[in-house]
Design a protein around this ligand. Structure first.
Ligand SMILES: [Fe+2]
Length: 253
C-alpha cells in the first residue's frame, strides 16, 4: 500500500519530535503492509514554513536511517499545504512541495469554514494543470453539513483524500458517518493515514481498507490505497468513478 499523507519527518511540524519516533512510525507502517510513504509536513504561512531544501535534506537523512535500520519503506517528499492566496504563485516558482514533484497538490482546508472564492481558486489551479487533492473533507464542518459543495469541487476536477481513522470511527461518529457517505458516493478517492505519531495517530492503512471494503467492493477500496496513490506518485492520470450527489442530508445552507 501507498500512503500519500503522513507527518513523519521529525521536528518540522506537529508530527514526531525525533528520528527515533519517526523510525518507530516507519516500522508500524511496514508491518501494516505500507511500502511507500509520501512525507507531507504542514505548510502554514506564519507557522510552519520549512524551506523545500531543508525538508529534502531531512528526507535524505531519514532515508539513510531507514536503510541502516533495515526498514523497507520508501519515503518520498510532499507537503500538506494549508490554503493561502499566494500559494499558486509559490508552487509555480518551486517554493512549495507538491506530491513527489508531480502536478498533484495536497491541500488542507480550514476545519470550521471554507474560504470565500475557494472554488475559483481550485478551478484556477486545475486550469493551470495542477490537480488539487483535498485532504480529509469528512472532517470539515461545512462539508459535513453540505457535502454537495464537495461534489462541485470533485466535478470540477479536484480529487479528495479520506483519512483511515475517520472511516474506522476514531475521529467520532459524525466524521465516520460522513466518511462512509463520501466513499459510497465517489466523493473521495484515496485513503491515507494523516499519521502524526506512533501512538495516537499511527501510520496504519489496513483498518481503513477493511472498513471501506464493507461500503464498496474490495477491489475499489484497494484502488484507494494502492492503484490511485501509485498513479499519483508517478504523476500519471487518475481514473475515478463519477461523483454522485449525497441526498437525504440536513442542509443548513
Ligand atoms: Fe495532515
Amino acid at each position: 500500500m501507498i500512503d500519500i499523507h503522513c507527518h513523519i519527518i521529525p521536528g518540522v511540524d506537529d508530527g514526531p519530535d525525533s528520528f527515533d519516533e519517526a523510525l518507530e512510525m516507519a516500522e508500524i507502517a511496514e508491518k501494516d503492509g505500507i511500502n511507500t510513504i509520501v512525507a507531507t509536513p504542514h505548510h502554514i504561512e506564519g507557522l510552519y514554513q520549512i524551506s523545500p531544501l531543508n525538508l529534502l535534506e531531512k528526507l535524505k537523512t531519514f532515508n539513510e536511517r531507514l536503510a541502516t535500520n533495515n526498514i523497507k519503506i520508501q519515503i518520498l517528499m510532499g507537503s500538506d499545504l494549508h490554503i493561502s492566496y499566494e500559494f499558486i504563485a509559490k508552487i509555480e516558482t518551486n517554493n512549495l512541495l507538491t506530491i513527489n514533484d508531480t502536478k498533484y497538490v495536497l491541500i488542507e482546508l480550514p476545519t470550521h469554514f471554507l474560504p470565500i472564492k475557494i472554488r475559483g481558486l481550485l478551478k484556477s489551479m486545475i486550469n493551470n494543470s495542477w490537480i488539487p487533492i483535498i485532504s480529509h473533507p469528512e472532517r470539515n464542518y461545512l462539508f459535513q453539513r453540505s457535502p454537495n459543495i464537495l461534489f462541485d469541487f470533485i466535478s470540477d476536477g479536484s480529487l479528495a483524500q479520506v483519512t483511515a481513522m475517520s472511516i474506522t470511527g476514531e475521529f467520532g461518529y459524525e466524521v465516520k458517518k460522513m466518511a462512509k457517505k463520501m466513499i459510497a458516493h465517489n466523493l473521495v478517492h484515496i485513503i491515507a493515514t494523516d499519521a502524526h505519531s506512533k501512538d495516537f495517530r499511527p501510520p496504519v492503512l489496513s483498518k481503513g481498507l477493511k472498513a471501506a471494503s464493507k461500503i464498496i467492493p474490495y477491489d475499489d477500496a484497494y484502488d484507494m490505497v494502492k492503484t490511485i496513490p501509485e498513479s499519483i506518485i508517478k504523476g500519471d492520470a487518475v481514473f475515478t468513478n463519477p461523483p454522485q450527489r449525497i441526498r437525504k442530508i440536513f442542509n443548513l445552507f
